[in-house]
Design a binder for this molecule. Structure first.
Ligand SMILES: Cc1cc2nc3c(=O)[nH]c(=O)nc-3n(C[C@H](O)[C@H](O)[C@H](O)COP(=O)(O)OP(=O)(O)OC[C@H]3O[C@@H](n4cnc5c(N)ncnc54)[C@H](O)[C@@H]3O)c2cc1C
Length: 522
């Protein structure tokens, strides 16, 4: 049995821990904070409960696969509800458009708003489905760092692979693809926002990422009762049942590397814990710069220029009266997407008239607020931290910009009078709480028509025995991708360690039975 040290207990770290433990590895997980789940944290105050980070859960099949590693049924662990509409969209011209769960209903609603775009939306969704399918076959569930890793271009190039390569539309951006298919600016603005799941500009991201639209429209938007926080809680229970040693309040300050191989982790308290393998769930760039350093760290830095994805400001507003016209997930769109994306991604400044995303989870789970109230979560994307950005100074003014947007464009004129609890999260807070790159919410930006989708691979090319898991590693950010990243890191490690199948059949099988027994006893 090999011992693996995992640095970080975010979704990627927890997914890796559960997968490795289910396959019989000895796992110790170090988390610097006193909670597990990383950005999937919770805030409770005055009878209100807010998910602090992710609120939209898509692709539950990724979680299903992680639970299945331990012989468990996700749906016995989490009460997942499929939401319809997926999003309610409020526009500057007061139009309201629901993105319905059923694609044919979504197309009908779009056709009512802009008759010429019904067919265009259907065409766009066909492209998205093809791209999602190509991603599933070539990009997901394995460690990938560049084009070479996706398909064996020399060995197995045939007509079908060639057609897959063509489908990737490497000459086009997300915005370019959308513009070809739909004409109405409001419909285009909605479709462009799928790329906000990876905190990047639709004007600079590769068209292959249009596949995200299918991952949501085709597979649904889900709400775990108890909030997204229920996801790391369920994973923590699983990790504990599988025997993972969990140490919270235990930061790691260095990975000991000798002769190009990871040998141990050194904690902030100075303890050396010898490991056969290390999985880092800390931001990938900072892992190499701060935990690895030396020649290997510099070698990683030379591979490619990496830029952080966007950051954001979140307002958590406990209201004494609900806004019944809101759906569970809402977007209040900016007046001009080019002005908005230009400010955030080109000029590095908060947008003057931003898009606000609002979660009103009381629509699905009334218990998140006192009776009749609303636990409102308002997220506005901002640039990643630039020199001179002091959010202690900037927050009061930007809070006013955000609330003004809600008053003007989302029918919430009296919002100030309804607020009874208020907290916030700024790019600086995100930076400090989660050790990310420049306050990024979604890891690394996906900019560049050819290489934009590629992130650092899960198996380190610089340090033997080091694996990366989380939103800043392959396949990228967001709940499903960070979880998949953890699974890939674990699966790659397990295969590299050799005898994966035996481990799974012997120790893993025994552990799975024990885990099942533990849960049955709970
Ligand atoms: C405001 C906000 C809204 C979001 N909305 C959505 C959404 O609606 N849908 C969606 O799918 N995604 C959303 N996301 C993105 C999603 O939350 C992330 O992509 C995902 O949770 C990242 O998981 P992770 O495992 O990469 O890392 P993290 O959650 O960042 O976890 C990393 C963990 O490592 C720990 N750590 C770091 N360094 C060390 C160290 N040296 N030693 C020990 N521990 C360390 C950190 O404390 C942290 O707990 C949102 C994120 C935010 C912040």
């Amino acid at each position: 049995m090999t011992k693996t040290g995992i640095i970080g207990g975010g979704l990627g770290g927890l997914a890796a821990a559960c997968t490795l433990a289910a396959r019989g590895h000895d796992v110790v997980l170090f988390e610097k904070n006193d909670w597990l789940g990383g950005k999937a944290a919770v805030l409770e105050e005055g009878g209100f409960r807010f998910d602090m980070g992710p609120t939209i859960l898509t692709m539950p099949r990724v979680l299903e696969r992680i639970f299945a590693e331990a012989g468990r049924d996700l749906h016995a662990e989490l009460d997942l509800r499929r939401l319809d509409p997926q999003w309610r969209c409020f526009y500057d011209d007061k139009t309201v458009l629901d993105l319905r769960d059923d694609p044919s209903h979504a197309a009908e609603a779009i056709g009512r708003l802009s008759p010429g775009d019904r067919a265009g939306f259907e065409r766009f969704m066909e492209v998205a489905k093809r791209l999602s399918d190509v991603s599933d076959r070539f990009f997901f569930w394995k460690s990938v760092e560049d084009l070479r890793d996706t398909m064996d271009l020399k060995g197995s190039m045939n007509l079908s692979t060639l057609s897959d390569v063509m489908a990737l539309r490497m000459h086009r951006t997300v915005a370019g693809q959308i513009k070809r298919d739909v004409k109405d600016k409001r419909v285009a603005q909605m479709l462009e926002h799928f790329i906000q799941y990876v905190g990047s500009s639709p004007l600079a991201s590769p068209a292959v990422l249009c596949g995200i639209a299918q991952m949501q429209q085709g597979e649904g938007v889900w709400y775990p009762m108890g909030g997204t926080r229920a996801v790391p809680l369920a994973l923590t229970r699983l990790a504990e049942a599988l025997g993972v040693e969990i140490r919270t309040g235990a930061g790691v300050r260095r990975i000991e590397v000798t002769k190009g191989r990871a040998r141990a982790v050194i904690t902030d308290a100075g303890e050396r814990v010898a490991c056969d393998h290390v999985v880092s769930n800390m931001d990938s760039v900072r892992t190499y710069r701060e935990l690895v350093g030396g020649a290997e760290g510099r070698a990683f830095d030379r591979t490619r220029k990496r830029e952080a994805a966007c950051s954001g400001v979140v307002l958590y507003l406990g209201l004494d009266r609900a806004y019944e016209h809101l759906a569970h997930h809402n977007f209040v769109f900016s007046r001009d997407p080019e002005e908005e994306f230009g400010a955030i991604y080109d000029h590095g400044e908060p947008a003057p008239d931003p898009t606000a995303y609002i979660a009103a989870p009381a629509r699905t789970e009334p218990g998140v607020a006192p009776e009749g109230g609303e636990a409102l979560y308002v997220l506005v994307h901002t640039p990643y931290l630039r020199p001179g950005h002091d959010w202690k100074q900037m927050l009061p003014g930007y809070r006013e910009v955000i609330l003004d947007k809600l008053r003007r464009s989302a029918g919430m004129e009296d919002i100030d009078a309804r607020i009874v609890v208020e907290r916030s999260l700024t790019p600086q807070d995100i930076h400090e709480r989660y050790n990310v790159l420049d306050g990024a919410i979604y890891g690394l930006a996906s900019h560049g028509k050819v290489l934009g989708a590629f992130k650092p691979g899960n198996r380190s090319r610089q340090v033997e025995g080091l694996y990366l898991a989380g939103g800043s590693a392959h396949p990228g950010p967001g709940m499903p991708m960070a979880l998949m990243s953890g699974w890939i890191a674990a699966d790659t490690l397990d295969r590299d360690a050799g005898g994966a199948r035996e481990a799974r059949d012997d120790a893993g099988g025994a552990r799975r039975q024990q885990a099942g027994a533990d849960v049955a006893a709970e």
